[in-house]
Design a binder for this molecule. Structure first.
Ligand code: EPU
Length: 417
């Protein structure tokens, strides 16, 4: 059990080096088994989900190790195409191994993935797209068996721009004969990052970042070295923490365009923000104003992953803010816990109405999920007295040295585990 102990009320000041992106690293780790060669990755965060992906690679017969933020994979020795249930349940991204294994071995055996409980998280779009590439899929609900004698390129239209389904389809399509066109693809920066890696191993892919991604199959086999992009959600979280606590923070190494919608609302809330090529300066007086309606949307819209932490930043803002969640059914799990700090939040369907209060009071909370847990920590930083967050490891699935980074900015936060 991780126990986060926070004493609120300190301003945040200084430079924060933003961690590498979890959600860019995970599909690239799955993609590393496409080539029989070696992959060296830089800037990979040290996180529980990354460990889980490395354990899957090792189970499959690859060599995979992490030293600080460097990861080395050698996929030449791949011997298996089945992932045991205990490894699948550790995170959502284990499902991306399906497309990669199908491409490399012509078969994949796994079970539905784990990950944060954010409502129903079906994988029908993943399976539908792989079937269109010629995979035969037997899905008993308990076990999913995919086989393909030969994958063939196809024109695939995703009815919703699912990040995971886009990634899985891109990976499987690298081994398909001919061209695959994914229409309605997700446009997240992590998709463009996956394209960059696939190109580095020799695949022909273009269009990532737009809603049409084109993959010409049958080419990628070489070794590659690749640098993981900075984590836009970790950057958003630090920005929200600095906005709520007050102070002046420079977020270094991150592309401001990747979280411009979050910065837009923080500016509306009264922060001064200067964005440069690879860094963002944020200055806040600590007293924020409520903002207009925030609606979560697929990229380039406002990211669902930043919704709980922005909510936490707005708990003491002047006036009423409204957040509508459209991506996940159940992404307000932080709300009952935040109310225990004294927050005034009304829930109606998929919307949360936040009325700013004068003060929050530290208490004992339970982390419900990764971003919800981070929101409780951000709120704790602005509460009077001590907040203790009990956490079964959710926050460390996605935040690298969260306590150390916050302490370096002046926060009073300690992690016991
Ligand atoms: N969906 C379906 N069918 C599918 C796939 C998705 O109905 O086959 C629905 C989901 O149920 C959900 C919505 O589509 O309601 C969005 O799902 P998507 O597939 O886009 O998300 P994901 O690939 O499961 C990734 C991130 C999430 C992030 C979402 C949305 C990774 C490892 N995870 O999940 O990150 O919230 O995209 O941007 O990349 C996190 O880091 O905390 C996290 C949850």
């Amino acid at each position: 059990m991780d126990i986060w102990r926070i004493r609120g009320g300190r301003k945040l000041d200084g430079v924060c080096f933003v961690q590498g992106s979890k959600n860019a690293s995970l599909p690239i780790l799955a993609a590393s088994l496409l080539s029989g060669g070696e992959t060296q990755l830089h800037n990979v965060p040290q996180l529980r989900d990354i460990d889980a992906a490395l354990r899957i690679l090792r189970h499959l017969g690859c060599t995979a190790e992490q030293r600080e933020n460097e990861v080395y994979i050698s996929a030449g020795g791949l011997t298996r195409s089945a992932i045991p249930r205990r490894l699948m349940l550790e995170m959502r991204s284990s499902v991306i191994f399906m497309g990669a294994l199908l491409a490399r071995c012509g078969e994949a055996r796994l079970c539905p993935p784990g990950g944060c409980q954010l409502g129903r998280r079906p994988i029908d779009l993943h399976l539908g797209a792989l079937r269109q590439l010629g995979a035969e899929i037997d899905d008993s609900g308990e076990e999913i068996v995919c086989t393909a004698k030969a994958l063939r390129g196809a024109e695939i239209r995703l009815p919703f721009p699912s990040v995971g389904a886009t990634e899985n389809t891109m990976l499987a399509a690298t081994a398909a004969e001919g061209e695959t066109v994914i229409r309605g693809a997700a446009r997240e920066p992590e998709i463009a990052a996956l394209q960059d890696y696939l190109r580095a191993i020799g695949c022909e892919v273009h269009g990532a970042g737009t809603d049409t991604v084109v993959i010409r199959g049958g080419r990628g086999t070489q070794s590659a070295e690749h640098r993981i992009i900075a984590d836009r959600i970790a950057a958003s979280t630090m920005a929200c923490a600095a906005a709520a606590c007050g102070g002046s923070v420079e977020l270094r190494g991150v592309d401001p365009a990747h979280f411009s919608t979050v910065l837009y609302f923080l500016k509306q809330a009264g922060c001064d923000i200067i964005s440069e090529n690879r860094s963002v300066w944020l200055r806040s007086a600590g007293k924020l104003h409520a903002v207009g309606e925030i609606v979560t949307r697929p990229y380039p819209g406002f990211p669902t992953d930043a919704q709980p932490v922005l909510m936490a930043a707005l708990l003491k803002a002047d006036g009423r803010s409204l957040i509508t969640e459209t991506i996940f059914e159940n992404r307000f799990r932080q709300v009952p816990e935040l109310r225990r700090l004294g927050a005034d939040i009304g829930l109606a369907g998929q919307s949360a109405e936040i009325w700013g209060v004068d003060s929050l009071h530290g208490t004992v909370l339970n982390a419900t999920d990764l971003r919800g847990g981070a929101a409780m920590i951000v709120a704790g930083l602005t509460a009077e007295g001590q907040t203790v967050v009990y956490d079964e490891g959710h926050v460390r699935r996605g935040y690298e040295q969260f306590d150390v980074r916050l302490r370096a900015l002046g926060a009073d936060i300690y992690l016991d585990n």
